[in-house]
Design a protein around this ligand. Sequence first.
Ligand code: PHE
Length: 338
Amino acid sequence: MKDQLATIQADALARIAAATDERSLDDARVHVLGKKGTLTLASAGIKDVPKEDKAAVGQLLNAARTAITEAYEKKQAALQDAADRAALAGIDPTLPARALHTGSLHPLTLIRDRAISILRRMGFALADGPEIEDEFHCFDALNTPADHPARNEKDTFYFDSGKLLRTHTSSVQIRTMEKSAPPVRIIAPGSAYRRDEIDATHLSAFNQLEGLYVDTDVSLPDLKGTLEYFFRELFGSETEVRFRPHFFPFTEPSFEIDVKLHAKGQAPRWIEVAGCGMVDPAVFESISATRKDNAFDPARVTGFAFGMGLDRLAMIRWGIKDIRLLIENDARFLKQFC
Ligand code: PHE
Protein backbone atom coordinates (compact mmCIF):
# COMPACT_ATOMS: atom_id res chain seq x y z
CA MET A 1 0.00 0.00 0.00
CA LYS A 2 2.83 2.35 0.91
CA ASP A 3 4.55 1.86 -2.47
CA GLN A 4 1.24 2.17 -4.24
CA LEU A 5 0.59 5.54 -2.57
CA ALA A 6 4.08 6.80 -3.46
CA THR A 7 3.46 5.89 -7.11
CA ILE A 8 0.04 7.60 -7.09
CA GLN A 9 1.50 10.75 -5.55
CA ALA A 10 4.43 10.91 -7.98
CA ASP A 11 2.07 10.38 -10.91
CA ALA A 12 -0.35 13.04 -9.61
CA LEU A 13 2.39 15.65 -9.11
CA ALA A 14 3.73 14.95 -12.61
CA ARG A 15 0.28 15.44 -14.13
CA ILE A 16 -0.23 18.70 -12.25
CA ALA A 17 3.17 19.95 -13.31
CA ALA A 18 2.47 19.02 -16.93
CA ALA A 19 -0.89 20.85 -17.02
CA THR A 20 -0.69 23.90 -19.25
CA ASP A 21 -4.15 25.38 -18.76
CA GLU A 22 -7.18 25.25 -16.48
CA ARG A 23 -8.64 22.41 -18.44
CA SER A 24 -5.69 20.05 -18.36
CA LEU A 25 -5.23 20.87 -14.67
CA ASP A 26 -8.84 19.91 -14.02
CA ASP A 27 -8.34 16.64 -15.95
CA ALA A 28 -5.39 15.88 -13.69
CA ARG A 29 -7.52 16.60 -10.62
CA VAL A 30 -10.33 14.29 -11.80
CA HIS A 31 -7.81 11.59 -12.68
CA VAL A 32 -6.46 11.56 -9.10
CA LEU A 33 -9.12 12.98 -6.80
CA GLY A 34 -12.31 12.39 -8.80
CA LYS A 35 -14.94 9.77 -7.90
CA LYS A 36 -12.93 7.09 -9.69
CA GLY A 37 -9.61 8.86 -9.19
CA THR A 38 -6.46 6.97 -8.34
CA LEU A 39 -6.23 8.34 -4.81
CA THR A 40 -9.96 7.98 -4.19
CA LEU A 41 -9.81 4.28 -5.15
CA ALA A 42 -6.71 3.77 -3.04
CA SER A 43 -8.51 5.38 -0.06
CA ALA A 44 -11.37 2.96 -0.54
CA GLY A 45 -8.86 0.12 -0.20
CA ILE A 46 -8.22 1.05 3.45
CA LYS A 47 -11.05 -1.14 4.56
CA ASP A 48 -8.95 -4.19 3.55
CA VAL A 49 -5.96 -3.07 5.58
CA PRO A 50 -5.37 -5.07 8.80
CA LYS A 51 -6.67 -3.27 11.83
CA GLU A 52 -3.26 -2.67 13.44
CA ASP A 53 -1.92 -0.93 10.25
CA LYS A 54 -5.00 1.24 9.62
CA ALA A 55 -3.76 4.29 11.54
CA ALA A 56 -0.37 4.38 9.79
CA VAL A 57 -1.87 3.89 6.31
CA GLY A 58 -4.50 6.53 7.11
CA GLN A 59 -1.71 9.00 7.89
CA LEU A 60 0.07 8.15 4.63
CA LEU A 61 -3.17 8.69 2.73
CA ASN A 62 -3.70 12.09 4.35
CA ALA A 63 -0.13 13.17 3.65
CA ALA A 64 -0.48 12.20 -0.02
CA ARG A 65 -3.81 14.05 -0.30
CA THR A 66 -2.36 17.18 1.30
CA ALA A 67 0.73 17.20 -0.95
CA ILE A 68 -1.39 16.72 -4.07
CA THR A 69 -3.98 19.33 -3.08
CA GLU A 70 -1.27 21.88 -2.31
CA ALA A 71 0.43 21.28 -5.65
CA TYR A 72 -2.93 21.59 -7.37
CA GLU A 73 -3.78 24.90 -5.69
CA LYS A 74 -0.37 26.35 -6.39
CA LYS A 75 -0.61 25.42 -10.03
CA GLN A 76 -4.13 26.86 -10.21
CA ALA A 77 -2.88 30.21 -8.89
CA ALA A 78 0.03 30.24 -11.33
CA LEU A 79 -2.28 29.53 -14.26
CA GLN A 80 -4.62 32.31 -13.11
CA ASP A 81 -1.69 34.75 -12.98
CA ALA A 82 -0.65 33.83 -16.47
CA ALA A 83 -4.24 34.25 -17.68
CA ASP A 84 -4.42 37.72 -16.09
CA ARG A 85 -1.21 38.75 -17.75
CA ALA A 86 -2.44 37.47 -21.09
CA ALA A 87 -5.65 39.48 -20.70
CA LEU A 88 -3.62 42.67 -20.09
CA ALA A 89 -1.44 41.89 -23.06
CA GLY A 90 -4.59 42.13 -25.13
CA ILE A 91 -4.79 45.89 -24.50
CA ASP A 92 -4.10 47.81 -27.72
CA PRO A 93 -0.82 49.63 -27.25
CA THR A 94 -1.33 51.57 -30.46
CA LEU A 95 -4.16 53.60 -28.92
CA PRO A 96 -3.05 57.20 -28.30
CA ALA A 97 -1.84 57.70 -24.74
CA ARG A 98 -3.35 60.27 -22.45
CA ALA A 99 -1.51 63.56 -22.92
CA LEU A 100 1.23 64.29 -20.40
CA HIS A 101 1.73 67.80 -19.12
CA THR A 102 4.99 68.77 -20.73
CA GLY A 103 6.96 71.90 -20.05
CA SER A 104 8.35 74.15 -22.72
CA LEU A 105 11.20 76.54 -23.29
CA HIS A 106 10.63 80.12 -22.19
CA PRO A 107 9.86 82.51 -25.07
CA LEU A 108 13.08 84.38 -24.34
CA THR A 109 15.08 81.18 -24.72
CA LEU A 110 13.23 80.37 -27.93
CA ILE A 111 13.90 83.78 -29.48
CA ARG A 112 17.54 83.79 -28.32
CA ASP A 113 18.21 80.36 -29.81
CA ARG A 114 16.51 81.34 -33.06
CA ALA A 115 18.48 84.60 -33.29
CA ILE A 116 21.73 82.75 -32.59
CA SER A 117 21.02 80.14 -35.23
CA ILE A 118 20.32 82.76 -37.92
CA LEU A 119 23.45 84.74 -37.09
CA ARG A 120 25.66 81.68 -36.86
CA ARG A 121 24.63 80.72 -40.35
CA MET A 122 25.92 84.14 -41.39
CA GLY A 123 29.30 83.35 -39.85
CA PHE A 124 29.02 84.95 -36.41
CA ALA A 125 30.61 83.01 -33.53
CA LEU A 126 29.45 83.13 -29.91
CA ALA A 127 31.37 85.29 -27.42
CA ASP A 128 30.89 86.02 -23.75
CA GLY A 129 31.81 88.47 -21.02
CA PRO A 130 31.05 89.13 -17.33
CA GLU A 131 27.77 90.69 -16.13
CA ILE A 132 29.64 92.41 -13.29
CA GLU A 133 31.84 94.74 -15.31
CA ASP A 134 34.31 97.51 -14.71
CA GLU A 135 33.76 101.03 -15.95
CA PHE A 136 36.60 100.68 -18.41
CA HIS A 137 34.99 97.89 -20.45
CA CYS A 138 31.47 99.22 -20.08
CA PHE A 139 32.21 102.89 -20.81
CA ASP A 140 35.74 104.26 -21.23
CA ALA A 141 36.88 101.78 -23.87
CA LEU A 142 33.60 102.45 -25.66
CA ASN A 143 34.39 106.14 -26.01
CA THR A 144 31.87 107.03 -23.32
CA PRO A 145 33.34 109.84 -21.21
CA ALA A 146 32.93 110.22 -17.45
CA ASP A 147 30.24 112.87 -17.80
CA HIS A 148 28.00 110.75 -20.05
CA PRO A 149 24.49 110.33 -18.57
CA ALA A 150 24.64 106.51 -18.86
CA ARG A 151 27.37 106.59 -16.21
CA ASN A 152 25.16 108.45 -13.77
CA GLU A 153 24.41 106.82 -10.39
CA LYS A 154 20.74 107.26 -11.20
CA ASP A 155 20.99 105.15 -14.35
CA THR A 156 23.38 102.37 -13.38
CA PHE A 157 23.73 99.80 -10.58
CA TYR A 158 27.16 100.31 -8.99
CA PHE A 159 28.86 98.17 -6.38
CA ASP A 160 30.92 99.70 -3.57
CA SER A 161 34.00 98.30 -5.33
CA GLY A 162 33.33 100.63 -8.25
CA LYS A 163 32.25 97.74 -10.47
CA LEU A 164 28.77 97.75 -11.94
CA LEU A 165 26.08 95.57 -13.47
CA ARG A 166 26.79 96.04 -17.17
CA THR A 167 24.37 98.48 -18.75
CA HIS A 168 24.75 96.82 -22.13
CA THR A 169 26.45 93.85 -23.73
CA SER A 170 28.72 96.18 -25.74
CA SER A 171 31.44 95.51 -23.16
CA VAL A 172 31.85 92.11 -24.87
CA GLN A 173 32.97 93.98 -28.02
CA ILE A 174 35.95 95.28 -26.06
CA ARG A 175 36.72 92.00 -24.33
CA THR A 176 36.66 90.22 -27.69
CA MET A 177 38.95 92.70 -29.44
CA GLU A 178 41.40 92.53 -26.53
CA LYS A 179 41.77 88.80 -27.18
CA SER A 180 41.47 88.37 -30.95
CA ALA A 181 42.72 90.17 -34.04
CA PRO A 182 40.58 90.92 -37.13
CA PRO A 183 38.64 89.50 -38.80
CA VAL A 184 36.29 89.46 -35.82
CA ARG A 185 32.70 88.34 -36.27
CA ILE A 186 30.95 87.62 -32.96
CA ILE A 187 27.59 87.71 -31.25
CA ALA A 188 27.12 87.84 -27.48
CA PRO A 189 23.71 87.22 -25.96
CA GLY A 190 23.34 88.07 -22.28
CA SER A 191 21.74 90.11 -19.52
CA ALA A 192 22.05 93.87 -19.08
CA TYR A 193 20.89 96.10 -16.23
CA ARG A 194 19.63 99.66 -15.93
CA ARG A 195 17.82 101.67 -13.28
CA ASP A 196 14.91 102.03 -15.67
CA GLU A 197 11.36 102.65 -14.57
CA ILE A 198 9.60 99.33 -15.26
CA ASP A 199 6.70 99.64 -17.71
CA ALA A 200 5.18 97.84 -20.71
CA THR A 201 8.41 98.11 -22.72
CA HIS A 202 11.13 98.43 -20.04
CA LEU A 203 12.65 96.09 -17.45
CA SER A 204 15.58 96.90 -15.16
CA ALA A 205 17.14 93.51 -15.92
CA PHE A 206 16.75 92.63 -19.56
CA ASN A 207 18.40 90.68 -22.32
CA GLN A 208 20.47 91.83 -25.22
CA LEU A 209 22.27 90.29 -28.14
CA GLU A 210 25.42 92.11 -29.15
CA GLY A 211 27.08 91.77 -32.53
CA LEU A 212 30.46 92.93 -33.83
CA TYR A 213 32.05 92.55 -37.24
CA VAL A 214 35.49 93.98 -37.89
CA ASP A 215 37.52 93.45 -41.04
CA THR A 216 39.41 95.42 -43.65
CA ASP A 217 36.45 96.77 -45.60
CA VAL A 218 33.22 96.49 -43.65
CA SER A 219 30.75 99.14 -44.77
CA LEU A 220 27.39 100.61 -43.81
CA PRO A 221 25.58 98.62 -46.54
CA ASP A 222 26.97 95.45 -44.92
CA LEU A 223 25.44 96.52 -41.62
CA LYS A 224 22.06 97.34 -43.13
CA GLY A 225 21.95 94.22 -45.31
CA THR A 226 22.92 91.95 -42.45
CA LEU A 227 20.32 93.30 -40.05
CA GLU A 228 17.51 93.53 -42.58
CA TYR A 229 18.15 89.93 -43.58
CA PHE A 230 18.24 88.96 -39.90
CA PHE A 231 14.88 90.56 -39.09
CA ARG A 232 13.24 89.08 -42.17
CA GLU A 233 14.52 85.61 -41.19
CA LEU A 234 13.31 86.08 -37.64
CA PHE A 235 9.90 87.66 -38.23
CA GLY A 236 9.06 86.83 -41.85
CA SER A 237 9.52 88.67 -45.13
CA GLU A 238 6.58 91.02 -44.52
CA THR A 239 8.30 92.56 -41.49
CA GLU A 240 8.50 96.34 -41.44
CA VAL A 241 11.90 97.59 -40.22
CA ARG A 242 13.18 101.16 -40.06
CA PHE A 243 16.59 102.65 -39.30
CA ARG A 244 16.51 106.00 -37.47
CA PRO A 245 19.66 108.13 -37.20
CA HIS A 246 20.75 108.24 -33.57
CA PHE A 247 23.80 108.79 -31.41
CA PHE A 248 25.98 106.27 -29.59
CA PRO A 249 29.44 107.29 -28.37
CA PHE A 250 31.01 104.11 -29.77
CA THR A 251 29.54 104.11 -33.28
CA GLU A 252 29.51 106.72 -36.04
CA PRO A 253 27.17 106.94 -37.83
CA SER A 254 24.65 105.36 -35.45
CA PHE A 255 21.07 104.20 -35.84
CA GLU A 256 18.21 102.88 -33.82
CA ILE A 257 16.14 100.15 -35.40
CA ASP A 258 12.38 99.99 -34.99
CA VAL A 259 10.13 97.09 -35.95
CA LYS A 260 6.33 97.24 -36.20
CA LEU A 261 4.64 95.45 -33.32
CA HIS A 262 1.25 93.93 -34.12
CA ALA A 263 -0.25 93.00 -30.74
CA LYS A 264 -3.78 91.67 -30.47
CA GLY A 265 -6.29 94.35 -29.55
CA GLN A 266 -3.82 97.16 -30.16
CA ALA A 267 -3.10 99.43 -33.10
CA PRO A 268 0.23 98.48 -34.73
CA ARG A 269 3.10 100.58 -33.38
CA TRP A 270 6.85 100.90 -33.93
CA ILE A 271 8.98 99.65 -31.12
CA GLU A 272 12.69 100.16 -30.80
CA VAL A 273 14.50 96.82 -30.88
CA ALA A 274 18.17 97.62 -31.48
CA GLY A 275 20.95 100.14 -31.67
CA CYS A 276 23.69 99.86 -34.26
CA GLY A 277 26.31 101.70 -36.20
CA MET A 278 29.81 101.72 -37.67
CA VAL A 279 32.48 101.25 -35.01
CA ASP A 280 33.88 104.67 -34.04
CA PRO A 281 37.62 104.92 -34.85
CA ALA A 282 38.10 106.18 -31.27
CA VAL A 283 37.15 102.67 -30.07
CA PHE A 284 39.84 101.13 -32.31
CA GLU A 285 42.36 103.65 -30.98
CA SER A 286 41.53 102.71 -27.41
CA ILE A 287 41.84 99.00 -28.21
CA SER A 288 45.18 99.57 -29.93
CA ALA A 289 46.43 101.31 -26.78
CA THR A 290 45.34 98.34 -24.66
CA ARG A 291 46.70 95.69 -27.03
CA LYS A 292 49.88 97.63 -27.74
CA ASP A 293 49.76 96.53 -31.38
CA ASN A 294 48.31 97.72 -34.66
CA ALA A 295 45.85 94.89 -35.27
CA PHE A 296 42.93 97.31 -35.04
CA ASP A 297 44.58 100.23 -36.82
CA PRO A 298 41.63 102.55 -37.63
CA ALA A 299 43.32 103.47 -40.92
CA ARG A 300 43.11 99.82 -41.99
CA VAL A 301 40.05 98.22 -40.38
CA THR A 302 36.40 99.15 -40.20
CA GLY A 303 33.50 97.44 -38.50
CA PHE A 304 29.90 97.48 -37.53
CA ALA A 305 28.24 96.71 -34.20
CA PHE A 306 24.70 96.19 -33.06
CA GLY A 307 22.89 95.46 -29.83
CA MET A 308 19.33 94.21 -29.81
CA GLY A 309 16.84 93.78 -27.01
CA LEU A 310 15.87 90.12 -26.96
CA ASP A 311 12.81 90.80 -24.78
CA ARG A 312 11.55 93.25 -27.39
CA LEU A 313 12.21 90.77 -30.20
CA ALA A 314 10.06 88.24 -28.32
CA MET A 315 7.29 90.86 -28.04
CA ILE A 316 7.31 91.38 -31.78
CA ARG A 317 7.60 87.71 -32.65
CA TRP A 318 4.52 86.73 -30.64
CA GLY A 319 2.59 90.02 -30.47
CA ILE A 320 3.14 90.36 -26.71
CA LYS A 321 1.90 93.76 -25.61
CA ASP A 322 3.55 93.98 -22.20
CA ILE A 323 7.22 93.07 -21.60
CA ARG A 324 6.45 92.26 -17.94
CA LEU A 325 4.65 89.08 -19.02
CA LEU A 326 8.09 87.69 -19.80
CA ILE A 327 9.19 87.75 -16.16
CA GLU A 328 5.97 87.03 -14.28
CA ASN A 329 6.06 83.25 -14.78
CA ASP A 330 2.31 83.06 -15.23
CA ALA A 331 1.68 79.50 -16.43
CA ARG A 332 -1.33 80.63 -18.49
CA PHE A 333 1.02 82.83 -20.51
CA LEU A 334 3.91 80.39 -20.70
CA LYS A 335 1.71 77.44 -21.73
CA GLN A 336 1.09 79.11 -25.06
CA PHE A 337 4.67 78.37 -26.05
CA CYS A 338 4.37 74.59 -25.52
N1 PHE B 1 24.79 99.23 -26.49
C1 PHE B 1 23.71 99.97 -27.08
C2 PHE B 1 22.52 99.94 -26.11
O1 PHE B 1 22.50 99.19 -25.21
C3 PHE B 1 23.27 99.37 -28.38
C4 PHE B 1 24.34 99.40 -29.42
C5 PHE B 1 25.19 98.32 -29.57
C6 PHE B 1 24.48 100.50 -30.25
C7 PHE B 1 26.17 98.35 -30.55
C8 PHE B 1 25.44 100.51 -31.23
C9 PHE B 1 26.28 99.43 -31.36
O2 PHE B 1 21.59 100.67 -26.28
